[in-house]
Design a protein around this ligand. Structure first.
Ligand SMILES: Cc1ncc(COP(=O)(O)O)c(C=O)c1O
Length: 462
């Protein structure tokens, strides 16, 4: 078969040599980052000025005083003040491969030297075809039928597309089910799905949602009874008006609350009896359990009508079954993703699938076990200060000071100061501190280091 000029270019030995030079230089510099380090006093003033400037331009200060320098080493990241921290929140679940990962950098170079910065619906390169094939194959690996994949640039947009698909399929039904305390994104539509009033102040109502209580670990039967009854009540009140159920199977923004197969199945049965589409929002939980997709972890493959992923996948996507195919005109976008993003996504997902992370006894389970053991030991020593951990796989959360919101926030800031990036989740009275691990590059010794810093931080909090 004849080569295209692009194939010749990408196979040019000079490209390989250039990448090797970059990798050599990177290695030389990044390997100097070996652990947590305080800021360089000489950079203090310029850093403070930069932070002030960015706060002014973006119309509000950053949550943490975090401005990356542009280099890192695995789970360690250097900030522009010369400090080095453990990144255990990864941009809220994005940097699965940590910082300055050689393979990711190679993949982004491949994208960067291709002809355009962005790919879009009118112009896509061959990497997109390969990514769609990979995503579709993996989503359907255990029997799901969501073989159609639509790429997009944010989790909120992936969810918007999912909602459009369900609403069009079930029109004129125009209501939705979602779980209490769910988070679905920040668009006008998703702000009204997210169950947090503060996130939609001043935003006119875009969609009617009936909220169903999420699974409660301590009350299996009661959870099912309560949730099924809430669904049936809403259906009786609005017969035939529910288009879909947006299910976040592990609640991320609320603090890594894990659902249950039997509980989900009970709700899905009600969906099936009432022609309500089942949508799994995996924007945060994708690649965090011992299966690539969370619906696969719970064994809900046969029920998936629509699925959304994002964050770890770098490029976001909405999957749907043939019988949910939207009519022409419903969905399109200028951008599907940057060329580097698409190339990195292909690399990262292949690494996750083939890198020993998934499955029983895989790295995800191994890391979770170590983190859990260490945190439980701290909790045993300081039961009044730390409870938990909660969560699953690469999604871990703890509760500090009995979930007090102000103290939890103060703890995350102190932890940041001491060299570990985490984030708040949930709200009063169940605020939590959560961690979204850079799974690919985290080792047990990193977890031990982070736990030692957590313990020190607790002791310094008074
Ligand atoms: C479950 C869930 N859905 C949707 C979103 C929105 O994704 P994005 O911030 O990329 O728009 C998030 C983001 O945190 C999420 O956790």
């Amino acid at each position: 078969m004849a080569n295209t000029k692009a194939q010749d270019f990408f196979a040019d030995p000079r490209l390989k040599e250039a990448k090797k030079l970059i990798q050599d230089a990177l290695k030389e510099h990044q390997t100097k980052l070996t652990g947590v380090k305080e800021a360089n006093p000489e950079l203090k003033e310029s850093y403070a000025n930069l932070l002030k400037q960015i706060g002014e331009y973006r119309g509000g200060a950053l949550f943490y005083n975090y401005l990356g320098s542009g280099i890192g080493n695995g789970p360690l990241v250097e900030l522009a003040d010369g400090s080095v921290k453990y990144d255990f929140i990864t941009g809220i679940g994005v940097h699965y491969m940590g910082h300055s990962h050689p393979g990711v950098i190679n993949a982004t170079i491949d994208g960067a030297v291709s002809n355009t910065v962005m790919n879009g619906h009118l112009q896509q390169n061959t990497d997109t075809a390969r990514l769609l094939e990979l995503l579709s194959k993996e989503a359907c690996r255990y029997g799901a039928e969501v073989k159609n994949v639509f790429l997009t640039t944010s989790g909120a947009m992936a969810n918007e597309n999912a909602f459009k698909i369900m609403l069009q399929k079930r029109m004129p039904a125009n209501r939705m089910f979602a779980f209490e305390k769910c988070f679905a994104g920040r668009t006008l539509g998703m702000a009204w799905v997210t169950d947090k009033a503060a996130y939609r102040v001043g935003i006119p109502k875009t969609i009617d949602v009936d909220y169903i209580p999420f699974y409660c670990d301590g009350d299996h039967e009661g959870s099912i009874r309560l949730a099924v009854s809430a669904m049936k009540k809403a259906i009786t009140r609005y017969p035939g008006m529910h288009a879909g159920f947006c299910m976040e199977l592990i609640q991320g923004e609320n603090g890594s609350w894990v659902g249950n197969k039997e509980y989900f199945e009970a709700l899905i049965n009600v969906c099936r009896e009432n022609n309500i589409s089942v949508f799994f929002d995996e924007v945060q939980s994708f690649a965090r359990t011992n299966k690539l997709f969370t619906f696969q972890y719970f064994g809900l493959d046969k029920y998936a009508d629509v699925v959304a992923i994002g964050k770890n996948s770098q490029v976001c996507a909405t999957f749907f079954k043939d019988d949910h195919k939207p009519k022409p005109g419903l969905m399109s976008q200028t951008f599907t993703g940057a060329s580097s993003q698409i190339s990195a996504s292909l690399y990262i997902i292949n690494e996750i699938v083939n890198g020993g992370l998934l499955g029983e006894g895989g790295k995800i389970e191994r890391l979770h076990k170590r983190f859990k053991t260490n945190l439980e030991a701290i909790s045993k020593k300081h039961p009044e200060k730390l409870c938990g951990p909660y969560g699953i796989g690469g999604m871990v959360a703890i509760s500090v000071y009995k979930g007090d919101e102000a103290k939890t926030k103060a703890f995350t800031f102190k932890l940041f100061e001491n060299g570990v990036l985490s984030f708040m989740a949930g709200g009063h009275p169940t605020a939590r501190v959560r961690f979204l691990l850079p799974v690919m590059v985290t080792e047990e010794k990193h977890i031990d280091d982070v736990c030692a810093i957590i313990e020190t931080t607790l002791s310094e909090m008074e």
